[in-house]
Design a protein around this ligand. Structure first.
Ligand code: L3W
Ligand code: SF4
Length: 441
């Protein structure tokens, strides 16, 4: 059984309220941290090996150490709660059931970074959660954990919740900052990184909800103890939101030492695939990461078991591996049509492209149109090569990672399931009437 750090109290009734959270030891990590110096906290975070939980897996301690500290310029912590990646719903769970865990994490992180005004930018569709967060903020303030002179330390902190307008691109950190400033959410060119020029050109740390929540157990058990959980550079625990063709969709906390097979088939996690169907493929890290067929998902190219961690999932590069990403684990059984699935994702990325870069603006549209044509039985064999060519022209040629995120699913689908694309082209009548995977043909 995986160790629980974030969700250990999630089952306790009333845990979203201050009184219950406090009875379970809530805010003790903050009390401990506020007796330390910011540099001491930073050392703990570095020692923990925590990697950003939003998708990129960038080391949190390193990101914090990049924060510029010019004299007299305010700094900010911004929590990225714009969780819009298809298949990803772990931050929603944390905010809905454990809002004080996030607020306590923000208090410790803000103190460490020297932010007196911190923000939670939350996706617009999570319409019911800002009220939960704002209520928790008020409770924390009434108990002296937010506001002026927190616990007599002289440290002041206000936290504001900002609702997004429902654009996926605002989950990209610089688009988020633009939106928070009241502008259209267009990504900025990097560098400069937000750590140097972020919100209102001030040094800013942008971190995912889960990353900031993880600061609480790190302070609780120490960075060194946190680093002992997991394996290699995949330290601590990771939340996985599991969905698709599984018996038990939901949010699970794993310690990154379990195999992918165990995660899919054990009763503790996904509970297997409904109706005894076969596993066809999986997208383990949210819609942006490459899809992997079952044979490469359960074992690496060397025949080793594949594990639920950053290194093992990526083993073999994009040719045979994939990415941990945001932990949005989407399982596809043998009945699923890869062409239809890829077309659906292409439509999503085309719709969400902000339009600043030509390869992304035009390329996502063309990929969607060609995939729709193939899916509807009107494709030609050369369309597959055209699709491959378009995705290659997008990858690495855009301002923000949305371009790559749109290209990778198409590349991986063609690489691993080319026969399925060809089947659609060779069988136009069947293609128009059936939406099944090859197993049903
Ligand atoms: C200072 C440097 N800071 C890097 C910081 C940078 C950022 C972090 C990671 O995209 C991925 C994307 C999605 N000085 C720095 C530096 N940083 N070098 O480190 O940066 P980066 O560019 O590697 O990634 P990113 O822009 O944060 C995130 C993928 O995640 N993804 C997306 C999930 C989306 C959600 C959602 O719904 N909100 O979770 C899933 O896999 O495709 O590749 O903070 O500033 N020298
Ligand atoms: Fe906008 Fe796409 Fe360019 Fe990102 S890659 S800035 S979403 S056009």
């Amino acid at each position: 059984m995986s160790k629980k750090l974030l969700l250990k109290d999630a089952h306790i009734e009333g845990i979203r309220y201050f009184e219950t959270y406090r009875k379970q030891g809530g805010y003790e990590a903050a009390e401990k941290a506020l007796k330390m110096t910011p540099d001491e906290i930073l050392e703990e975070v570095k020692a923990s090996g925590l990697r950003g939980r939003g998708g990129a897996g960038f080391p949190t301690g390193m990101k914090w150490s990049f924060l510029a500290k010019p004299e007299g310029v305010p700094r900010h912590l911004v929590v990225n709660a714009d969780e819009s990646e298809p298949g990803t719903f772990k931050d929603r769970y944390l905010m809905e059931f454990l809002p004080h865990l996030l607020i306590e994490g923000m208090l410790i992180s803000s103190y460490c970074l020297g932010s007196n005004t911190s923000y939670i930018y939350i996706r617009g569709e999570y319409s019911w959660i800002p009220d939960i967060l704002e209520e928790a903020i008020e409770e924390a303030k009434a108990a002296g954990f937010l506001g002026k002179n927190i616990l007599g330390t002289g440290f002041d902190l206000e936290i504001y919740v900002q609702r997004g307008g429902g654009a996926y691109i605002c989950g990209e950190e610089t688009a988020l900052l633009e939106s928070l400033e009241g502008k259209r959410g267009n990504p900025r060119l990097k560098p400069p990184f937000p750590a140097v020029k972020g919100l209102w050109e001030r040094p800013t740390v942008v971190n995912n909800v889960e990353s900031i929540a993880a600061i609480v157990p790190i302070m609780d058990i120490t960075g060194a103890e946190y680093a002992k959980i997991g394996v290699g550079r995949s330290t601590g625990t990771k939340l996985i939101s599991a969905c698709g063709n599984i018996n038990k969709p939901g949010v699970y906390e794993i310690d990154m030492t379990i195999t992918v097979e165990e995660f899919i088939y054990s009763e503790e996690y996904c509970g297997g695939i409904p109706n005894g169907k076969k596993l066809k493929a999986c997208i383990p890290g949210g819609s942006s990461v490459p899809i992997v067929p079952a044979n490469l998902l359960l074992k690496t190219i060397n025949g080793e078991p594949r594990y639920m961690n950053y290194e093992s999932l990526a083993d073999g590069g994009f040719a045979t591996g994939t990415m941990m990403g945001s932990g949005g684990f989407i399982v596809l059984d043998e009945d699923q049509c890869i062409v239809e699935h890829t077309m659906t994702l292409a439509r999503f990325y085309n719709h969400e492209s902000c339009g600043q870069c030509t390869p992304c603006r035009e390329g996502t549209g063309w990929m969607y149109k060609i995939l729709k044509k193939i899916e509807n039985g009107q494709g030609k064999m050369e369309d597959i090569d055209l699709l491959w060519d378009i995705q290659r022209k997008i990858e690495g040629n855009t301002i923000c990672p949305l371009g790559d995120a749109a290209a990778w699913p198409v590349a991986a689908a063609i690489r691993h399931f080319r026969d399925e694309f060809e089947w659609h082209i060779k069988n136009p009548e069947l293609s128009q009437t059936q939406n099944y995977g090859l197993a049903n043909y």
